[in-house]
Design a protein. Structure first.
Length: 369
């Protein structure tokens, strides 16, 4: 691809994005999670009317409790995505203009211990959201967020594009690939574009993963593990030092989702498909590089590489081809891997009482890029 941050014209018009979402009704599943909390914070900046539907935060220390400490960000429904009737009632009664489906069981290693829960939440949960849309009477665009792991990974130095074969070795990846198949089924059957003037529902899927940013304390997450070790003056334990991922700051894909929703709402016949969101070429780094850069920015720390022959399988190499998003959405990532790590570690270095303010500060800073 050969495209680097800052070298592409026709980038997303952030002012247009703000105007579009102002006073729009947006329904977010998974709003209490890491991605959902950042999305809530962005949309609050845009004066959006929001209803969230999710389980309560899974860990005591969480971004949602920080940014929504006054319970003013949205109307929040704490419930399970597998509760089909409750979910349908909340969606239909809200009459959303936009739905962002983020609710998920997001951890690969957890999926090995809890495969049925993973498939139920990620696959059936997606079907529940899309099925609820059958009962909407208003125009609505739906962005189903899956993952970069939906592709059948061959562990080769190859960037997967949206037309590549879906697959999934581990239950998490397979459940998300299945969610893509479910999404396409609803798009082709109940919400076929040939009849969009009748049903008024447009659907697209967004494939991104390995996002980093402030406020992620979930177990088995690389940044959370790094920060916990650094804060406690302990060695960072690395399981897969050479595993390479398309790490990106969370604001980059979230603005991609927002712009996709805007375009999908305006021109559904053009944008109703799958989209990759990831870093530019050459920006993917290994786990070892991520750890070393984090230590350098923190100013101290060390790490230890361990091996576990019984550890669950995890792919070593994963890259995304983002040409379609670059060329057709005119979206591009604005933060290099170096900047993404810097912004993330800077967030965790911020005193707890200032983290909410710093979250909104980073959003404002991003809007200025």
């Amino acid at each position: 691809m050969g495209i680097k941050p800052g070298k592409m014209e026709n980038m997303v018009n952030k002012e247009s994005l703000k105007n579009f979402f102002s006073d729009k009704k947006v329904f977010i599943t998974g709003h209490t999670g890491f991605k959902g909390s950042w999305l809530l914070s962005i949309l609050k900046n845009f004066n959006t009317i929001i209803k969230g539907y999710a389980l309560a935060p899974s860990v005591p220390e969480n971004l949602y409790s920080i940014v929504n400490d006054d319970n003013q960000l949205c109307k929040s429904i704490i419930n399970d995505i597998r509760d089909e009737k409750k979910l349908q009632d909340e969606i239909v009664n809200f009459e959303p203009d936009i739905i962002f489906h983020l609710a998920a069981q997001p951890l690969v290693r957890y999926s090995y211990s809890n495969p049925l829960e993973t498939f139920q939440v990620n696959t059936i949960g997606t079907a529940n959201v899309l099925n609820a849309c059958r009962f909407l009477k208003n125009k609505c665009s739906v962005v189903v967020v899956t993952t970069d792991k939906v592709y059948e990974n061959t562990n080769k130095d190859y960037a997967y594009n949206e037309d590549d074969r879906l697959g999934g070795f581990d239950p998490y990846s397979a459940s998300k690939a299945a969610a893509e198949i479910v999404t396409n089924s609803y798009k082709e059957s109940f919400f076929n574009l040939k009849k969009i003037d009748f049903h008024k529902i447009a659907i697209a899927s967004a494939r991104a993963g390995n996002v980093i940013g402030g406020g992620d304390w979930a177990s088995d997450r690389i940044i959370a593990d790094i920060v916990k070790a650094l804060e406690n003056n302990q060695k960072i334990i690395i399981r897969n030092p050479n595993a390479t991922r398309p790490w990106q700051h969370i604001l980059d894909p979230l603005f991609g989702y927002l712009y996709l929703a805007q375009q999908l709402y305006s021109e559904p016949k053009i944008f109703s498909s799958a989209w990759n969101f990831g870093p530019c070429e050459k920006e993917s780094v290994s786990v070892k590089e991520l750890v070393e850069k984090s230590i350098a920015i923190w100013g101290s720390g060390s790490y230890e590489i361990t091996t576990d022959a019984d550890a669950p399988y995890e792919a070593q190499l994963l890259k995304l081809d983002i040409s379609k998003s670059l060329d057709k959405l005119h979206w591009k990532p604005l933060l290099s891997s170096e900047k993404a790590i810097e912004w993330t570690i800077d967030w965790y270095k911020t005193p707890a009482e200032s983290q909410k303010e710093f979250t909104f500060y980073q959003i404002e800073k991003y809007l200025e890029l």
